[in-house]
Design a protein around this ligand. Structure first.
Ligand code: GLU
Length: 302
């Protein structure tokens, strides 16, 4: 396992940080286990595979049948999974990971349908077959693994706190009965607060962006979720809100997929393992200036 470090610092340190983290292995492009030829798409970080076959994958069979990939994502998390309402453009580290996987299966952007699924609804969406796979700040854990499988991890972060710029809350140790903390329903951070900080009043919304609005309006005192997510919000409103403290959990992001689809899981794990340079390109493009310093984690093929 390579070492992972997250800092809440901002762009000033980003360039040096990137220089220190550029040590992933792997080839620049990798269509993964599916084999077949490749055709180049212009200026892309990855290539779209052709003549792909993935024997024994019910998900891939469904994709081939409809000739389209349906991907579950977030769309209110800048830098990770974001939909620009004006341009209709989707951006972010997770969205690009989802696109790279689609390309490895032979599907370019015009053959991807995105579905925004909130944290609480992810397992059900995968179980129902509403999405072929899900890439959206989705922590691998045992409770979720009872219903679905994960490829990865492809990113590691940790729970943090976002507070008003003039707040005296400096870390999770300052949370108490008078600090109202907001997070998303069904997320690991809200579960952590309820289990380990039971005296702290909580507020829940489907989306973290609703928590950020509540923080800016002063109806809550802190937003808690993964630092990588919070850093994206802080960058949107640098005069109003700030990330404080050190990460106080480990969140290992996986690609959620149908339980038992071992062929698809192995394919994505192989793509991630062999595609270190693509991963780094996706990271640099989306998070390179965020101040986040993180290396690609080793895939844990459980
Ligand atoms: N990574 C955490 C989770 O999966 C928090 C982020 C999210 O809700 O997507 O619950």
């Amino acid at each position: 396992m390579r070492k992972t470090r997250i800092t809440g610092a901002f762009a000033g340190v980003a360039i040096a940080a990137i220089a220190l983290t550029g040590c992933n292995s792997g080839s620049p492009t990798s269509p993964g286990a599916a084999g077949g030829g490749e055709e180049e798409s212009t200026g892309a970080l990855w290539e779209v595979a052709s003549d792909v076959s993935l024997e024994g994958s019910p998900t891939f069979d469904a994709i081939s049948e409809r000739d389209k990939v349906i991907v579950g994502v977030k769309e209110d998390q800048p830098g990770l999974g974001f939909l620009d309402a004006t341009t209709n453009e989707r951006t972010g580290f997770d969205v690009d990971i989802a696109r790279w996987i689609a390309a490895s299966l032979g599907y370019d952007e015009d053959k991807i349908e995105y579905k925004a699924i909130a944290s609480a609804n992810r397992e059900q969406a995968i179980v129902n077959g509403d999405v072929d796979y899900y890439v959206g700040t989705y922590s691998i854990n045992d409770a979720r693994k009872q219903q679905i499988d994960f490829a990865g991890p492809y990113f590691i972060t940790g729970q943090g706190l976002l507070v008003a710029a003039d707040s005296e809350i400096a870390s999770e140790e300052d949370l108490n009965a008078d600090t109202r903390v907001c997070s998303a329903t069904g997320s690991t951070p809200i579960q952590n607060i309820k289990a380990n900080y039971p005296e702290v009043p909580t507020e829940e919304f489907d989306l973290y962006s609703a928590c950020v609005d509540a923080l800016i309006n002063g109806t809550v005192d802190a937003v808690t979720t993964d630092q990588a997510i919070l850093i994206g919000y802080a960058a949107q409103y640098p005069d109003d809100i700030k990330v404080v403290g050190e990460p106080f959990s480990e969140e290992r992001y996986g690609v959620g997929l149908a339980k038992g689809d071992d062929a698809l899981r192995a394919h994505i794990n192989e793509l991630l393992t062999d595609g270190g340079d693509v991963w780094q390109g996706i990271f640099d493009k989306n998070l390179g200036e965020s101040g986040i310093t993180v290396e690609q984690p080793a895939v844990d093929a459980y």
